[in-house]
Design a protein around this ligand. Structure first.
Ligand SMILES: Cc1ncc(COP(=O)(O)OP(=O)(O)O)c(N)n1
Ligand SMILES: Cc1nc(C(=O)O)sc1CCOP(=O)(O)O
Ligand SMILES: [Mg+2]
Length: 362
């Protein structure tokens, strides 16, 4: 014990107990995150970073600190928060454990200053490493879900909004955009926050149309911006690198610009004229064919797409589609989602088979 020589014995023992308990807390939280990195994400770099952090924690966890432990006399062992009993999704579980690790590191950083001359700064650095790991890991999760998404629900105002979205999520939908051009901001934020929670319960991404501020305030996974909205590059700066920014495009020039500015995905449309975006001329299937050849990020054909014409859009090369009315006005959104996904998957299987055939006979 380096720094507590002029404190009372009782104080010294208490500081050691605090450090011991928080070293344990941080290690446990990291272990939980590490298991997901290893088995859930199969990510060697993330797994290694967790392991290195745990090893560094262990190097500080001296016999002196361990000997200060007094589990039977610790009232904290009995206390659990109701939210600890319930985790709605992997994202929530990870976030809760990152918070736990960060809090523990902060406690060690402060009390550690009383215990060892370099403990405070060592744990400050560790805390920043954990912040970086958290944002990289959650950003990476988002990109993976985005890459796998084939159907995108863009909502329209409805008194059945939550029911429709939940029914669609039950059908396997993994990407939802909240779009409402005419509501006041209080209601918009409350609706966005509720939709965001709902989507995260189903491990789906939640995107806010037009509004970066509402996206941040509602904890959304990203924002969707059109040609009249904030530029993609500005949104990326405001949102930080780990949130998704989508961009609407109607022609090759807009696509090029969206890609240059770092859009994570693009909308390609309107494929057909649509009352949902009245007055916007159709870009048509030719633009879908162009996107199939040149888009370098996930792209969603949008505009007038229904169960009746989705196979034409798929035939022009679309692997992902976005819809408003087809789901918002559906009697059975779950079944419609399943139908769209079945058609889009069928196309993927045919493409994979063609690839195999060409490899073997090419
Ligand atoms: C997936 C997707 N693609 C395109 C749009 C249209 O965005 P924008 O051009 O900004 O028009 P509004 O939706 O804001 O009226 C979209 N929302 N989503
Ligand atoms: C919101 C939106 N953006 C479009 C674009 O092309 O940028 S088309 C569109 C509306 C799509 O609605 P529906 O599926 O009801 O036709
Ligand atoms: Mg817009």
């Amino acid at each position: 014990m380096v720094r507590l020589y002029n404190q009372g014995v009782q104080v010294q023992a208490t500081v050691c107990r605090i450090l011991d308990a928080n070293l344990d807390r941080a290690r446990e939280g990291l272990r939980i995150v590490e298991e997901w990195c290893r088995f859930g994400l199969n990510s060697a770099p993330f797994t290694d970073e967790c392991k290195q952090l745990r090893q560094e924690l262990a190097s500080w966890h001296s016999l002196e600190l361990r000997s200060a432990r007094d589990t039977p006399g610790d009232p904290g062992t009995e206390l659990t928060h109701p939210q600890e009993e319930q985790r709605a999704s992997i994202e929530q579980l990870l976030q809760a454990n990152f918070s736990r690790v960060q809090e523990a590191l902060r406690v060690i950083e402060e009390y550690g200053k009383l215990y060892h001359p370099t403990m405070g700064s060592a744990f400050k650095q560790m805390r920043y490493r954990v912040y970086t790991l958290e944002s990289q890991l959650l950003g990476n999760q988002r990109q993976q879900i985005l890459a796998a998404a084939q159907l995108y629900l863009v909502t329209s105002p409805s008194n059945q909004l939550f029911n429709v979205v939940e029914a669609a999520l039950q059908g396997g939908l993994t990407l939802v955009q909240y779009r409402d051009k005419n509501t006041d901001d209080r209601l918009r934020l409350a609706t966005a926050a509720k939709l965001c929670q709902l989507c995260h319960q189903y491990e789906a991404l939640f995107i806010v149309n037009d509004r970066i501020d509402i996206a941040i305030a509602s904890n959304a996974d990203g924002v969707h911006l059109g040609q009249q909205d904030m530029p993609v590059s500005v949104a990326k700066e405001l949102l930080g690198g780990q949130r998704i920014v989508g961009s609407s495009t109607t022609n090759p020039e807009e696509m090029q610009q969206a890609l240059e500015q770092g859009a994570d995905y693009i909308g390609v449309g309107p494929v057909y004229e649509t009352p949902t975006k009245a007055g916007k001329a159709a870009a048509g299937l030719d633009y879908v064919r162009y996107a199939a050849q040149y888009a370098t990020v996930p792209w969603f054909a949008i505009g007038g797409i229904s169960v009746n014409n989705v196979n034409d859009v798929i035939g022009a090369g679309a692997e992902r589609v976005a819809v408003v009315r087809s789901l918002m006005q559906a009697q059975h959104p779950t079944l419609i989602v399943q139908y769209f996904l079945a058609q889009l998957n069928r196309r993927q299987s045919v493409k994979a088979l063609q690839g195999d055939y060409n490899n073997n006979h090419g």
